[in-house]
Design a protein around this ligand. Structure first.
Ligand code: GAR
Length: 210
């Protein structure tokens, strides 16, 4: 099985979707670690319930963000994952901690990148009057939510939508999107090369629509 580590700060529904797919035989991965910056993250409880090794690492007590990130990723590296998946990990990462994982770290972000990097994406979509919203899976670079996008899922914005209704409608699509993206990488079908993302050995010209 393809070894992956997952970082999550909160609820952990995307982690749960990965675990569920793996248990169902639809995702041939092995979880080396689930790590969180929040000791009370539900994601950690989900991992524990499935016998997956966990790490709660509190950023307080580190002299700098950089010190924390380097320690966190040293601990992740010690579990030997081939891929790190950011599944609702809500911290900005230091460039030097991210660099060794170029092409080996994915993030899921709740917007149609390059639109709406950062926080409060559902609210910003409504404020902008967009007809469409969605979620993106991208390879992580030092630039926040700025790495190459490999796959997206879309929903229509409806009259009366609120940030909460948008988030709720998008979430099951995010689960599918993340599972499908990790499955492609685990199968060796999707990756990041010097010229950008590739799929089945050919340059990926536009994000997959999943
Ligand atoms: C998801 O909607 C994900 O796209 C978003 O957090 C949620 C995590 O939910 N990620 C970000 O905002 C990253 N900046 P979960 O904890 O239930 O998986």
């Amino acid at each position: 099985a393809y070894p992956i580590a997952v970082l999550a700060s909160g609820r952990g529904s995307n982690l749960a979707a990965l675990i569920e797919a793996q248990r169902a035989g639809a995702l041939p991965v092995a979880f080396t670690l689930v790590a969180s910056d929040k000791a009370d993250a539900r994601a950690l409880r989900i991992a524990e319930a499935h016998g997956i090794p966990t790490l709660a690492l509190d950023p307080r007590g580190y002299a700098s963000r950089r010190d924390y990130d380097l320690d966190l990723f040293a601990r992740i590296a010690a579990t030997r994952p081939a891929l790190v998946v950011l599944a609702g990990f809500m911290r900005i990462l230091d460039a030097d901690a991210v660099a060794p994982w170029h092409g080996r770290m994915l993030n899921i972000h709740p917007s149609l990148l390059p639109k709406y990097r950062g926080l409060h994406t559902h609210r910003r979509v409504l404020e902008a009057g967009d007809a469409e919203h969605g979620s993106s899976v991208h390879f992580v670079t030092a630039e926040l939510d700025g790495g190459p996008v490999v796959a997206q899922a879309r929903i229509a914005v409806a009259a009366g939508d609120t940030p909460e209704t948008l988030a709720a409608r998008l979430l099951p699509l995010e689960h599918r999107l993340l599972v499908a993206s990790v499955a492609l990488i685990a199968a060796g079908r999707l990756g990041l090369g010097a010229d950008g993302p590739w799929l089945d050995g050919r340059p990926l010209r536009a994000p997959l629509q999943l």
